[in-house]
Design a protein around this ligand. Structure first.
Ligand SMILES: *Cc1c(COP(=O)(O)O)cnc(C)c1O
Length: 356
């Protein structure tokens, strides 16, 4: 039924690499499963849909993505439940978001059914690569980039849509020390902050490196105009708990990425009876709360770590230690709840699970 939709040609590998992988000891994004999905955009349509052995690709040195950065991506994960069935978490949201990103960068959209079909068939074929160990999963990386040989500056007319997958172990490295960044910016109003664009990551590397040299695992980005409002934490959305209210920056100004984990946490928090505020969040407000011991919890949300609890926040010369992890009832509870939903251990009352 599925392949009737988009007619994907499948060429299976003759030599699986799976025996060479130590699933108890995997480094993030260093090993890739046997197959990849590829589609070519030419003459105004996606064509030559195929799944083939994972391998290097050949491109012109004048490939437009390399020069002018027309490149967007997604990140999602496949899990195995206790019976060994493969589950995806809200994949249609990734399908929608890659198109929001593509549109902003003048790139062709991928029909949602093509996106879903490609993921479904690829993950089905490489199902053995989805680790079953606790905390482990198969990371899925769909991406679109301009492949046209073109040094002229205009939207390219040829693109590739590809999907590669990589087994990953538990991302958890313990709570992180972060710094509120008031010089550099990740995104500006009117810019591409809401798009999952490759260039956003490139632009963030240098400030992040300066922060890391000072011992901060991540930066809390502030708005480009005034640096008075909080936007995100590294490549994650960020949330704070003050007076038992969950507070998170609004995505309305289009400078913050609309995270699927963010949306899921908001829905779960409301379901737990918590009050949730999506609005502008002033640096001053968070600093004041921290100073007065009213900042009960703070954490980043994203596909890679799900919930990354924040150990300390530094603003200018002041460092605030947050309550011990065992007291973070809200983030602990939500993290556990999302994990159980993703692994199909509890009823899927929000209809978030997609079965392969
Ligand atoms: C991908 C991403 C997130 C998190 O989004 P999820 O859908 O939860 O994985 C947050 N911020 C940025 C900048 C991102 O690129």
């Amino acid at each position: 039924m599925m392949d009737a939709v988009s007619n994907i040609k499948i060429e299976k590998t003759k030599t699986s690499k799976i025996q060479s992988v130590d699933f108890n000891n995997i480094q993030f994004g260093k090993q890739f499963s046997d197959h990849m999905f590829v589609a070519e955009y030419k003459n105004g349509e996606w064509q030559d849909l195929r799944i083939e052995p994972y391998a290097p690709i050949s491109l012109s040195p004048a490939c437009a993505a390399i020069h002018y950065g027309q490149a967007v991506f997604e990140g999602m994960k496949a899990y195995k439940n206790d019976e060994g069935k493969v589950l995806l978490f809200r994949p249609r949201e990734n399908a929608k978001r890659i198109n929001v990103s593509a549109k902003r960068l003048c790139m062709p959209e991928v029909p949602e059914e093509l996106f879903m079909d490609a993921i479904h068939q690829l993950v089905q074929l490489d199902a053995d690569w989805v680790p079953q160990n606790e905390g482990c999963s198969l990371y899925i990386r769909p991406f679109i980039f301009a492949s046209e040989e073109l040094l002229g500056v205009r939207p390219a007319e040829e693109y590739k849509f590809m999907i590669i997958t990589s087994p990953v172990s538990s991302y958890y490295t313990g709570p992180v020390d972060v710094k509120i960044e008031s010089n550099f910016s990740r995104a500006a109003e009117g810019g591409v902050g809401f798009a999952k664009a490759a260039g956003n990551y490139a632009a963030a590397l240098y400030p992040a490196k300066l922060g890391q040299e000072k011992g901060y695992k991540q930066l809390i980005w502030t708005d480009a105009k005034t640096h008075e409002y909080i936007e995100e934490s590294g490549t994650m959305n960020v949330m704070f708990l003050i007076d038992n209210k969950l507070i998170t920056p609004s995505i309305a100004l289009n400078t913050t990425l609309s995270g699927i984990t963010r949306d899921s946490v908001i829905k779960l928090a409301k379901d737990l009876g918590l009050e949730v505020e999506e609005r502008r969040v002033a640096v001053k407000e968070i600093v004041e709360a921290a100073r007065n011991n009213k900042l009960q919890d703070a954490f980043g949300t994203g596909t890679a770590a799900t919930i990354a609890q924040i150990a300390s926040i530094t603003f200018e010369d002041e460092r605030f230690e947050l309550p011990p992890i065992e007291n973070r009832t809200v983030s602990n509870k939500i993290a556990k709840s999302i994990e159980e939903i993703k692994r199909g251990r509890v009823a899927d009352k929000f209809d978030w699970i997609y079965n392969i």
